[in-house]
Design a protein around this ligand. Sequence first.
Ligand SMILES: [Zn+2]
Length: 292
Amino acid sequence: MGSSKVHKDDLMDHNGIFSADTLTARFPEPDSIPSDACWILVKDAGVYITAGPVPTIFVSGPPEAHARSGLLIQYLGHHEDIPCYAAGIAEPARAPEGMEYAGVRELFGKIPDGELAIASFAARMILFDRNTRFCGRCGAPTRQLRTERAKLCSDCNLITYPRISPAIIVLVQNGDRILLARSPRFPPGQYSVIAGFVESGENIEHAVRREVREETGVEITNIRYSGSEPWPFPDSLMIGFTADYAGGEIRIDNNEIVSADWFDRDHLPLLPSKMSISRALIDQWIARDSPR
Ligand SMILES: [Zn+2]
């Protein structure tokens, strides 16, 4: 068994809840929107879903039928050979007929994971559209490129891509215990693994060591990749790792963390939702180390 290879068994069983891999982007995108396109109606950080026992995010027919004004439109890719578009609805007077609004987080468990990924991607692309209507360098209006997912400035030709913010998340093991910490943002009693954004000019391994050291005072070694996924709140890419304790006493950074401790599997605190990659890392550790 080569130590440098990542084995499937070492990766999280969390097949990218937010990874929209059922969409295939075909560029250049169509010049005009085909009449058989499917639509996802986005407002703020959520989408409209059909009401009823089996809700879906997919709507057929042009979005003008569902919303009256202020449409932003983004091509998402083909889903089962059907081109999919997101329509950003600025100000609907009320929900489109037969539909109800749901924030992306509320959709977990309500619709299939594949649709959840597309819904979050749609919301993300409408946010991209809204945030890049003008050039960040010269202020002139931009236009959507058809050849790739980007905006082109009409004056200075600056190309702007959707923002992706890499962040690390790491489960630190110390014998049969793991390091969990509490952010002041968490619900009462909830703990999670250490996470934080990669900073400009550092590599990912450095970010992993730095975040653990800054937040808890602990040194780590043997950092192993565990999987990744887009985390659409609003534009992170979470890169997951497992690492081993190498030294240091827990000494928390009181800004980002209010409490941190070592927990064994019989005394785990309240954990994050199954939707999260942090929970996937913890569940993977429980499954791996449990007696079979
Ligand atoms: Zn410009």
